[in-house]
Design a protein. Structure first.
Length: 287
């Protein structure tokens, strides 16, 4: 039996950087969490401890801060591309760079006052194989919590000896959406594209009379692809945040779908991908 080194990568995870740009009395705030993974000619460091091909993770962290000062922080996709391209172009041993960014939203309360927003977290995943090599951009969001108080059913499912769930023609449907969508290229109006994709997800969730969360997931991804030509694939992960009608008969009360118990676990987890039939092969960095 031969023992060999398999795929590997290394990097600096979760560098928190806050950038303040000053436009006179008015300040603009971007709050990011940046994770970097690099791979390439790294066999020696694993096999013999030779570090000559390794860019220290501390240097990667410092690059994030330096680039924030040098280039500013605009759309997170642009910032991720700047970083990924820099690492593969500047170091001959690095063949592939993967940059993942989460952005936390702040709402303006004054020229230089902000409150942390309760909105979802915006995300971007960028990879680059260097000049002339393959690149990709995946945008997305996490923690987009949505709820329909009616317009959802669940019935006609398999029943076995362990089934206790009763069919329903009217239930609450709630979930926390994690969505990622892959762009056809690396040049887009990232901010407008994000807001359009987010709007499509919300429109489809609200507008679908749901017979299952799977059906809703598909309609959400389908609507994004139908309305956003720059996007070729959508991956969704949606836990079913169960709401159970409380039995109030012991207290002499009825409950016509007005009072619910919100259960946080266990929960059903629905995941799926919606894509067009001409989608290019997904980059390994997305896996």
């Amino acid at each position: 039996m031969a023992i060999v080194l398999g795929p590997n990568r290394y990097g600096k995870a979760e560098t928190r950087v806050v950038h303040v740009s000053r436009d006179g009395e008015t300040h603009h705030l971007r709050d990011l969490n940046v994770s970097i993974s690099l791979s390439g000619d790294m066999d020696a460091v694993h096999l013999t401890g030779d570090n000559s091909a390794v860019l220290p993770t501390d240097s990667q962290k410092n690059t994030v801060f330096a680039f924030a000062r040098k280039h500013g922080v605009g759309e997170i996709e642009e910032f991720g591309l700047l970083l990924a391209r820099h690492f593969v172009a500047s170091q001959p041993t690095i063949r592939h760079a993967r940059v993942e960014i989460a952005e936390y939203a702040w709402e303006r309360q004054g020229p230089h006052s902000f409150v942390r927003s309760g909105r979802e977290v915006r995300t971007a995943l960028v990879h680059s194989d260097g000049p002339g090599g393959r690149e990709s951009v995946v945008s997305g969001l996490t923690d987009l919590v949505v709820l329909n108080s009616t317009g959802s059913e669940f019935h006609g499912f398999i029943r076995d000896e362990y089934t206790t769930l009763e069919p329903t023609r009217d239930r609450i449907l709630a979930t926390s959406v994690t969505a990622r969508w892959r762009h056809r290229g690396t040049d887009a109006a990232w901010g407008r594209s994000y807001e359009r994709a987010r709007r499509c997800l919300l429109e489809a969730f609200a507008g679908t009379h749901s017979l299952s969360l799977q059906q809703t997931l598909y309609q959400m991804g389908r609507h994004v692809l139908a309305e956003c030509g720059e996007i070729c694939e959508v991956r969704l992960s949606m836990p079913n945040k169960h709401h159970f009608a409380v039995d109030l008969t012991p207290f002499g009360m009825d409950n016509d779908n007005e009072v619910f118990f919100a259960a946080d676990r266990p929960y059903g987890l629905i995941e799926g991908t919606v894509l067009d039939d001409a989608v290019p092969t997904a980059p390994g960095a997305w896996s």
